[in-house]
Design a protein around this ligand. Structure first.
Ligand code: UDX
Length: 472
């Protein structure tokens, strides 16, 4: 029987982390918490300034507390650039810089190559470079060539892939108690050294570099498939007049399927899922390997926000000229990130269809927004023609439906994020729709097709009293 190897978390190492974004900063802070000696390099002065004052530039539960702990214990330091001093004694350099898609959708690896070059050029002795950023298979091998070119003579640089699976809003928790650690290396000793960086007792997947790189893409692509599948089932539930949440629970409790990531909504967003779904397909095209399942998931996702718009168009007899209160702009609750946010996408669709959008979000950082942004939920709701909940923040779930009903001019509420208790909201006199719960559709011949199929071979002719249809 194959036994699963566990991480040992054996001894402390000296680590340099390049990049203080979600992944880099969380890794640096958590490595220090685990007892490693860490220098975190951040070139962006706006990101570095708060770090030097002991404040986290990103909203992530528990991160700032552990960051202060690391700085006070002298295990965590921040620096603006990679130099000989920062590299002194460093055994492992972890690269967590951005790999954004370029104008053709291909990942731009220039920041990664630049960071690899700098750590290699400043390394006085042998060094292990860990690529944390999500990169297409083959990248670590390419980066190793870049490193070899930049390194001093006699210095050996080994490049290892160890992708990160942390979720925004639960990054610290995911880092300290992950489902698995993945290490892809060409050398088993180097793989063990990297595995030692992580908490002890976690299932460890050791593979080659291409395998590790692919695991990250395939994992995010599969999560996207689950969500899009849930959205298709939700649409089916609306046609059938049944509850998607219960149907999907019934499906997901089968352990082979799993109940997580089956929540229907306005589509998936964020900085990873959409990017990795297109990256996975780009990889398929480059390798000549079809990625049809994932392509379908992406197509369903692109339709998801349009489906929410259509519900409003139908429920309001047109959204043009109407004022819509939009609660939520972040791509999911618990984060200030609005990159590729379905809530923002829905807002843009509403605005381009002629609606006025008045939005409230407790945290979201939004660079440009064509609607109006207000400071509290009730400022958005006051006298609006309809209310849309687009991000499932807890504070929206506890809004009083009576208080909303008093302030809202229209009656329609669309809970695209699955945040509200539809029953109590309906009791307050509001007309509430969800995704996979209730739909502004009057009639579907639900029972008729099976009845026809049931009598298909019997020759019996049936007349339906309500519809007048004849089967047989
Ligand atoms: C994701 C992966 O979960 C993580 O492992 C990876 O490292 C980075 O990408 P993140 O982008 O932080 O993490 O968010 P996640 O919680 O996965 O949600 C992604 C999107 O899917 C959000 O828009 C969320 O609202 C949506 N979602 C999630 C659903 O629509 N339904 C679900 O059931 C779950």
């Amino acid at each position: 029987m194959t036994s699963i190897e566990m991480t040992k978390g054996a001894r402390s190492h000296s680590v340099l982390v390049v990049g203080a974004g979600y992944v880099g900063l969380t890794s640096a802070v958590c490595f220090a918490h685990l007892g490693h000696q860490v220098v975190c390099v951040e070139a962006n002065p706006f990101r570095l300034a708060p770090l030097l004052e002991g404040r986290s530039p990103i909203h992530e539960p528990g991160l700032e507390e552990l960051m202060v702990e690391g700085v006070l214990s002298d295990r965590l330091h921040f620096a603006p650039a990679i130099g000989k001093e920062e590299m002194t004694g460093v055994e492992v350099a972890l690269l967590a810089v951005g790999t954004p898609p370029d104008e053709n959708g291909d990942p731009d690896l220039t920041q990664l190559a630049a960071a690899a070059r700098e750590v290699s050029a400043n390394a006085a002795g042998d060094l292990v470079v860990v690529v944390k950023s999500t990169v297409p298979p083959g990248s670590c091998e390419a980066i190793e060539l870049v490193c070899a070119e930049a390194a001093l003579e006699g210095v050996r640089i080994s490049v290892v892939s160890s992708p990160e699976f942390l979720r925004e809003s639960r990054a610290v928790e995911d880092f300290l108690a992950p489902d698995r650690v993945v290490v892809g290396a060409s050398d088993s000793q180097v793989a063990d050294l990297v595995a030692d960086l992580y908490p002890a007792g976690v299932p460890l997947v050791k593979t080659d570099r291409r395998g590790a790189e692919l695991i990250k893409y395939a994992a995010n692509a599969f999560l996207a498939v689950k969500i899009s599948f849930a959205n298709e089932v939700a649409a089916m539930c609306e046609s059938l007049g049944t509850e998607a949440a219960t149907v999907l629970l019934g499906v997901g409790l089968d352990q082979r399927i799993g109940k997580d990531f089956l929540r229907p909504g306005p589509g998936y967003g964020g900085s990873c899922l959409p990017k990795d779904v297109s990256g996975f397909q780009a990889l398929g095209r480059a390798m000549g390997t079809p990625t049809r399942v994932v392509a379908a998931a992406e197509e369903v996702n692109q339709e998801a926000s349009r489906a929410a718009l259509m519900k409003l168009e139908m429920g309001l007899a047109g959204v043009a000229g109407k004022t819509i209160a939009l609660l939520g702009l972040a791509f999911k609750p618990g984060t200030d990130d609005s990159r590729d946010s379905p809530a923002l996408k829905l807002a843009e669709l509403l605005i381009s269809s002629g609606a006025r959008v008045r939005a409230y979000d407790p945290l979201a950082r939004v660079e440009s927004f064509a609607g109006e942004r207000v400071d509290c939920a009730f400022d958005a709701i006051e006298d609006a023609d309809a209310l849309v909940v687009a991000t499932a923040w807890q504070e929206f779930s506890v809004l009083s439906p009576m208080a909303v009903a008093e302030r809202l001019a229209g009656r329609m509420v669309l809970d695209a994020a699955g945040a509200l208790d539809l029953e109590s909201w309906s009791e307050a006199g509001l007309v509430v729709y969800g995704i996979g719960r209730g739909a502004p559709v009057a009639f579907h011949p639900v029972v008729w097709p099976p009845l026809r199929w049931a009598h298909h071979r019997s020759g019996l002719r049936l007349l339906d009293g309500d519809t007048g249809f004849v089967a047989g």
